[in-house]
Design a protein around this ligand. Structure first.
Ligand code: AP5
Length: 247
């Protein structure tokens, strides 16, 4: 049965430590690409349980920062939260500073699943440099693809755990007890950037800044395109097959 991988060091940063790192037959270092709401977080959670690699979501880090008292938020972080509320991308410099503060997570011997980062070509180029300095390389970039109208249905029913960040859907992936997380019992909430006006801005930011990344990684021979139709477990199997054949 799948287990939820500890993400303390990634979410909290600073001196936070994760629990025991699971033994994995091989370490996978992957990027998950795709439009907002396509199901990257859901797949990252399932893949993390299967592969042992840690799910590193830049969006989760920014959302966790919202619960910090205002005096502990830097001006850059305050500005980042405002960009997020509107559905716009956070500036590259802020995102990269936050990722570099968590370099230990990229060094994790069990590997990593980058969910929501990189999101611009500048971020992708910076990631390539960071990994090069660490003598690490990506194994693949998973690009999840789904028609827009299905994505909107996924976003409107999404609920997220305030504690461990696990993702649910009111119809297609409900928790066992309404409003409570199956993994940690935390309260489920609806993200404020899932309002229709923010969703429109997020989709536009994706088309303009993130969609070109598919070509960037295709040219490097790393891109694996994965249809994101069907149940999460079917998509997981599709992903696993793509990884096996892309090796
Ligand atoms: P982020 O948190 O990364 O959000 P996103 O990319 O918009 O992606 P989502 O989390 O909305 O969707 P997802 O693809 O993970 O789908 P999920 O699995 O939840 O970023 C948020 C914001 O932070 C950005 O807008 C930006 O402001 C900022 N930010 C973050 N990183 C940044 C960066 N690198 N640079 C600049 N700014 C950055 O699934 C969605 C729903 O569908 C769920 O309810 C789920 O249960 C359901 N579902 C999933 N799979 C299926 C399925 N197969 N069938 C039916 N339902 C499904």
């Amino acid at each position: 049965m799948a287990t939820q991988r500890e993400r303390a060091a990634w979410i909290k940063g600073g001196e936070a430590k994760c629990g025991d790192v699971p033994h994995a037959a091989r370490a996978y270092r992957l990027v998950l690409l795709g439009a907002p709401g396509v199901g990257k977080g859901t797949q990252a959670e399932l893949l993390s349980a299967q592969l042992g690699a840690c799910q590193l979501s830049t969006g989760d880090v920014f959302r966790a920062a919202k619960s910090l008292p205002p005096q502990e938020r830097s001006p850059a972080l305050e500005a980042a939260l405002e960009y997020m509320r509107r559905g716009e991308l956070v500036p590259d410099a802020t995102v990269l500073a936050m990722v570099k503060e968590r370099i230990e997570c990229l060094r994790c011997p069990a590997g990593f699943l980058l969910d929501g980062f990189p999101r611009t070509v500048a971020q992708a180029e910076a990631l390539t440099q960071i990994l090069k300095q660490e003598n690490l390389a990506l194994d693949a970039v998973l690009s999840y693809e789904l028609p827009l109208e299905k994505i909107v249905t996924r976003l409107s029913g999404r609920r997220t755990c305030a504690g461990c960040k696990a993702v649910y859907h009111v119809e297609t992936r409900p928790p066992r007890i309404q409003g409570l997380c199956d993994h940690c019992g935390g309260q489920l909430y609806q993200r404020e950037d899932d309002r229709p006006e923010s969703v429109r801005v997020r989709m536009a930011a994706y088309d303009k800044s993130t969609a070109p990344l598919a070509d960037y990684y295709r040219r490097q021979g790393l891109l694996l395109s994965i249809p994101a139709e069907g149940a999460p477990e079917e998509i997981l199997q599709r992903t696993q097959r793509a990884l096996d054949s892309g090796r």
